[in-house]
Design a binder for this molecule. Structure first.
Ligand code: GL4
Length: 831
């Protein structure tokens, strides 16, 4: 390291050489691309292909990101505002090239620079693989939140894990789902910056001992294993601002500390192999969403993430501060679900065992720093960690959690006396044959705020899931309805619509101020806008139709209604209800007189989504879609009247193609089961009409755009319990019974294979998700959609009104509310 005087000399040299910032005109970009072809990709400037051009362009864009990212860091460091740390084990970022180019505001220049070299931006963008470091809605929400944090100039960091294998690739063989590893880093990742010098030791196992410092006793944890966490930084640019924030992902590497011992045994080869094992901690994302299995590796991942992130956060705090009482004035720690909640115990450990604060002081700091958002609606979905597992991997943390719980329960006893039922429900430790730590209880007890992700979700938390806690601390409970970013979901994925909106609003300002979209309302009935609107939608449908044909071989007619359900496959999301209604439609057409068929509205039904590898029923639903599709698509009687296609390997970039090209999208969970739902918001922004149940955020969409502008059906939340009670006596409609029978009896083949699937809606267990109950009202809503589709003026008006009302569902609004009501942070805009 050099001493300061030579640093000053260096600065002089730098300033003399520096020719301002990198330039963004097309010639400068072209030169940058060619330089990267030659020196980064190491190909000849005179001969390179699409992939190499993608790499070179990405590096040129990355350089520009890094400049802004440095500036943002320096500026924020100087200002030292309170920062929010968004802690999430999952981020579903998708591709970065187009998004970065858009947010940097250099799209036109890039297009021009490339065209002279004989390349197209769109084609190069397709070269990029998806960064799929997450499962579904929760993970994509994290990605949208990062975009909004950057755009709104908030001093924020994201922390996550750099899995080597992201969410599995779904391959369909003979209609069955197979999972294949997604080694997304195979061809390098230009969007990350490896920070070899930013690394922290993370410890596991071992014992807890006592030490005496200045006559006082302290606990110390003597670990049995140490692994190194290395930082990989991913710059996240804001739109229309210089601010570029950081998403820091940790990768596990073997630690030298732990090597010394193992290498002394003389077994060199095994020592090397053991060393290698450390890397498994961050190697693979768990593909189950909404279910927790208490696996040791998963717990290791969680603590690895928590420990590295907190060491980094504390180091940054200590750079400028010495008094930990100031910690909550500078640091807001946002727990994205309970996955990072071990950080609560970790912060207590650091403050008490390492910084030697007394327990109450430390506890006060913890309570002011943490806020918790839960994404779960049903009690059974909450995460639990077996006490034995926790105690062996993290012995000191288990003690701390027991201590937190002891003090909490003592407090409860003072308030509620001997109401032992209540005490045992609220306790952080669940007693029973297997003792568990209830991570949600730990999070609620330790956080100043508990957020739900939609209005109704929050209501359910207060009245059911966390009722006891709400009665104790009503002031802790808030909600922040989820959102999506219009930068990716309109500007990036639907440039045609983006241009049209800007034209009719007379400004681009809606890209940062999304409330302006409301201005479209006044034009919704204007025939000129309607015509242009339909044209754009047609182009998008054509693009989607080409994709469908390329991937499935099925030719579809773009005059048909594109009816889409894309999301993770879950019983509660009721893809099965959709398939059964498609069978019903098919059956009706088959039984119609030829002349009547002219009145049928043609539909292209698209279903896509991944099933968790161990989720049998979900996998059967995928197979059912395939067998039904096979029959319908090859029935000469049906022709273009009905097509059914399964979209394989649904991910963020497939969504970018599907969403703008859909006419109708389905969000049909049983009321009370979808905490929020966010894909509906993307479809809404793109002027796709919704067919939906009154669940999650759909209730707020209805409130915003009016019940007349979407198709709502099904049991309401308050009706569900009594319908379930009466389920055994419920006589299912004959239409429902008939289609289920067709599946059971093998009309589409594989009858035996589908038996358990049919039993799940007809068997003794009852039809828990109420498919039979909702079937008729679902068919009615479908019929209403058909009827409206024929009236293209009315349809287009509803479509415009959908997009116009989507502003409330931007993460810009979500993040603004979090900043003000939960985190207490204000913008810090880099000049
Ligand atoms: C989820 C919810 O199921 C989903 O409704 C919600 O939109 C999303 C983001 O808040 O979180 N919870 C889990 S777990 N996965 C999700 O997608």
């Amino acid at each position: 390291r050099r001493a300061p005087p030579s640093q000053a000399r260096r600065a002089e040299v730098v300033f003399k050489l520096m020719d301002g910032y990198l330039k963004n005109d097309s010639v400068s970009l072209q030169k940058a691309i060619l330089d990267h072809v030659e020196f980064t990709v190491a190909r000849s400037r005179f001969s390179f292909d699409d992939f190499e051009a993608y790499q070179a362009l990405s590096h040129s864009v990355r350089d520009r990101l890094i400049e802004r990212w440095h500036d943002t860091h320096q500026y924020v460091k100087r200002k030292d505002p309170k920062r929010v740390y968004f802690l999430s084990l999952e981020f579903l970022m998708g591709r970065s090239l187009s998004n970065s180019i858009i947010n940097l505001g250099i799209k036109d220049q890039c297009v021009e620079a490339l065209s002279q070299l004989g390349f197209e931006l769109e084609v190069l963008a397709e070269q990029e693989g998806d960064a799929a470091l997450g499962n579904g809605g929760l993970a994509r929400l994290s990605a949208c939140i990062m975009d909004s944090l950057a755009t709104l100039d908030f001093p924020a960091w994201g922390y996550g894990l750099r899995y080597q294998y992201g969410l599995f690739r779904q391959v369909i063989l003979d209609g069955f789902q197979h999972e294949q590893p997604d080694y997304w880093l195979n061809f390098g990742n230009p969007w990350e910056i490896e920070r070899v010098h930013i690394s922290y030791p993370v410890k596991f196992y071992g014992t807890v001992e006592e030490e005496i410092v200045d006559g006082k006793k302290f606990k110390i944890w003597v670990p049995g294993e140490t692994v190194e966490a290395v930082a990989y930084d991913n710059p996240i640019p804001g739109y229309g601002t210089r601010n570029t924030i950081n998403l820091r992902l940790w990768a596990a590497k073997p630690s030298d500390q732990y090597d010394m011992e193992s290498f002394n045994t003389g077994d060199y080869i095994n020592a090397v192999i053991n060393r290698q094992k450390a890397e498994t901690i961050s190697s693979v994302l768990y593909p189950d969403d909404r279910s927790y299995q208490g696996k040791e590796l998963r717990l290791k991942q969680q603590y690895f993430f928590v420990s590295a992130s907190l060491q980094d956060i504390v180091r940054r705090f200590k750079d400028l501060h010495t008094n930990f009482q100031e910690f909550p004035d500078k640091v807001a720690l946002q727990l994205n679900d309970t996955h990072p909640s071990l950080m609560i115990a970790e912060l207590m450990r650091v403050l008490v065992d390492e910084e030697h604060l007394d327990w109450n002081e430390a506890w006060g700091i913890v309570g002011k720093a943490f806020s918790f958002t839960t994404h779960i609606v049903v009690l059974e979905g909450l995460e639990k960690i077996p006490v034995d597992l926790l105690g062996s991997l993290l012995p000191r943390h288990l003690q701390i959690i027991y201590d937190i719980n002891f003090l909490f329960v003592e407090d409860l006893k003072k308030r509620f006396g001997s109401d032992y039922d209540r005490l045992s429900r609220m306790s952080i430790v669940e007693e029973g044959p297997v003792k568990n730590v209830r991570m949600a209880n730990l999070s609620i007890v330790s956080s100043h705020t508990v957020n739900g992700v939609s209005q109704v979700h929050s209501q359910i938390l207060k009245t059911k899931v966390f009722k006891d806690f709400y009665e104790l601390w009503p002031e802790k409970f808030q909600h922040k309805t989820n959102g999506v970013t219009q930068r990716r979901w309109i500007v990036g994925s639907n440039p045609g619509l983006c241009g049209l909106i800007t034209k009719w609003l007379g400004t681009e300002a809606w890209i940062r101020n999304v409330d302006l979209l409301l201005g479209l309302r006044q034009h919704a009935a204007n025939p000129e806008l309607q015509e242009e609107w339909r044209m754009i939608r047609r182009v998008n449908k054509k693009r989607l139709a080409d994709y469908i044909e390329a991937m499935s071989g099925v030719k579809v007619c773009i005059d048909a209604m594109f009816d889409v359900q894309v999301k993770r496959i879950h019983e509660y999301k009721r893809q099965l209800l959709n398939v059964l209604s498609i069978i019903h439609r098919y059956d009706c057409i088959k039984n119609m007189k030829k002349g009547d068929r002219r009145k049928v509205v043609s539909r292209v039904c698209l279903i896509g989504g991944k099933a968790a590898p161990g989720y049998e029923i979900a996998k059967k639903i995928i197979k059912l879609v395939h067998v039904v599709a096979e029959k319908i698509n090859n029935d000469p009687d049906i022709g273009d009247l009905l097509k059914l296609v399964f979209i394989p390997d649904y991910n963020v970039s497939v969504a970018e193609l599907v969403v703008p090209g859909s006419d109708l999208s389905q969000h049909i969970s049983t009321a009370g089961h979808e905490a929020s739902g966010t894909s509906s918001m993307k479809f809404l922004m793109n002027g796709c009409l919704l067919l939906a149940t009154a669940d999650g955020s759909t209730l707020e969409i209805i409130e915003e755009i009016g019940e007349d502008n979407l198709f709502v059906f099904g049991a309401k939340l308050h009706e569900v319990p009594s319908l379930r009670d009466k389920a055994r006596d419920f006589e299912v409609p004959r239409q429902f019974a008939r289609v289920v029978r067709m599946v059971r009896e093998g009309y589409f083949g594989f009858g035996d294979y589908f038996e358990s699937l049919c039993d799940s809606i007809e068997g003794n267990g009852g039809d828990f998700y109420l498919l039979g109950n909702d079937f008729m009202s679902y068919l009615e809503a479908q019929a209403a959609a058909d009827k409206t589709f024929v009236d293209q003026e009315r349809w287009t008006q509803m479509s415009i009104l959908s997009a116009a009302g989507s502003g409330r569902f931007s993460t810009d609004r979500t993040v603004g509310e979090y900043a003000e009501k939960t985190w207490g942070i204000t913008p810090c805009k880099c000049p």
